[in-house]
Design a protein around this ligand. Structure first.
Ligand SMILES: *Cc1c(COP(=O)(O)O)cnc(C)c1O
Length: 376
């Protein structure tokens, strides 16, 4: 798999989940959570507790809406991709008064325009933004966006589901109020757990909100903490402990450097094969996934099905209007230089079968140039 979630998961993480079950109210569970929680806080870079919920990432997105906002609360959704659209749908579904600042997929938001929208809507209660927009491979400048609202009552809610761990994110320092992440992205785990960091500012709003959430209630999560508010996903929590230890052993600084290098190598390899990178400016390229438009005459749906049937390799294509035109190579989670040679070797072979022409081995060469010479 070279997809932006689920990602490849190392066997030690998966096998950790095969250990004996423990009861979700037992003292062993408390000890397990007390080993997990400080590491999670460290990953989010927050002093506050980070809550773990049994659900996929979308559950965390929905919970952030239903716990923190009342019907008719005015919120602003920044949308420049598939997951921005999902935030919008969830907000509308919960009858929030939803303003949308929409940009074309992959286009940057203007901070001045965000500030202007706030000026025109001083009754704004929340802003929703996706950190690493998985549909385009773009990083949105959440630090700068949050800075606009730091001294206000407006909550900044961030979908960092694919972005956390592989791109730098400092929850407290940047003034982010709700940050959502999930197990099957940077944590290199199976899907099934979602993590939510909640600021003090967000808690005061949550405490005033008339939420109908029960299973997804943040207040109940807090009451039961460090236990889960219902049966916990014990096996996944055992895997999580292993994942967090691995991440800690590598070190978050080293991990970021490695991820950046892997992303750069993937970008160069795609260029070498005649693809056009979708995100123009290097600073807006996510380390989680690289999306690129195919060379003239190549149907990416054919390319991807070829990769699947011949090499048993899963890569994702474009969503929405980019179906058939785009490929999205995921390089988040458990992936290294060696994997890149395999992934791009297979892409080269499939492209040749589809009639593309380039000197053999160009993508491996591009990858080596990054690892040997730092991409110069
Ligand atoms: C994966 C992902 C999600 C959540 O998807 P689930 O399938 O519910 O886990 C949300 N936002 C982004 C940016 C993602 O990459």
């Amino acid at each position: 798999m070279a997809t932006p979630g689920p990602t490849s998961s190392p066997s030690n993480i998966r096998l950790a989940g095969a250990r004996d079950l423990i009861h979700h109210r037992a003292s062993h569970m408390k000890e397990l959570m007390e080993r997990i929680n400080p590491k999670l806080k460290n990953i989010f870079q927050t002093k506050n507790d980070v809550y773990t919920i049994s659900c996929s990432g979308t559950g965390g997105m929905e919970a952030s809406v239903t716990n923190s906002f009342d019907k008719n609360d005015k919120v602003l959704v920044l949308s420049n991709g598939y997951f921005g659209e999902r935030f919008r749908t969830i907000c509308e579904h919960n009858a929030l008064n939803t303003l949308v600042y929409e940009k074309e997929w992959g286009a940057e938001f203007s901070l001045a325009e965000v500030a202007e929208i706030y000026k025109e809507n001083p009754d704004l209660k929340g802003v929703f933004v996706v950190f690493s927009e998985t549909s385009t491979g773009m990083i949105n400048p959440v630090k700068e966006i949050a800075a606009l609202f730091k001294k206000t009552e407006v909550l900044v809610v961030v979908d960092a589901i694919s972005g956390l761990i592989v791109n730098e994110l400092l929850m407290d320092e940047w003034g982010l109020d709700i940050v959502i992440a999930a197990s099957h992205k940077g944590f290199m785990m199976a899907p099934g757990l979602t993590f939510v960091g909640i600021s003090d500012k967000a808690w005061s709003k949550i405490d005033q909100t008339n939420s109908s959430a029960y299973y997804f209630s943040f207040t109940r999560l807090k009451q039961f903490f460090p236990f889960a508010s219902a049966s916990a996903s014990v096996s996944l929590l055992l895997s999580l402990e292993e994942s967090l230890s691995m991440i800690e052993d590598i070190g978050s600084g080293t991990l970021l450097v490695q991820q950046k290098q892997i992303a750069l190598a993937a970008q160069r390899a795609l260029n070498a094969l005649g693809f056009i990178l979708f995100v123009d400016k290097p600073i807006y390229r996510s380390n989680a996934v690289t999306s690129a438009l195919a060379p003239e005459g190549i149907d990416t749906q054919k390319l991807l099905s070829q990769l699947e049937t011949e090499f048993n390799l899963s890569i994702t294509g474009g969503q929405g209007i980019f179906k058939g035109k785009m490929i999205r190579v995921g390089h988040i989670g458990y992936i290294d230089e060696l994997d890149l040679y395999a992934v791009f070797g297979a892409i080269e072979r499939a492209l040749i079968q589809l009639g593309a022409e380039f000197p053999l081995g160009v993508s491996s060469k591009a990858i080596q140039e990054v690892f040997v010479r730092g991409g110069k």
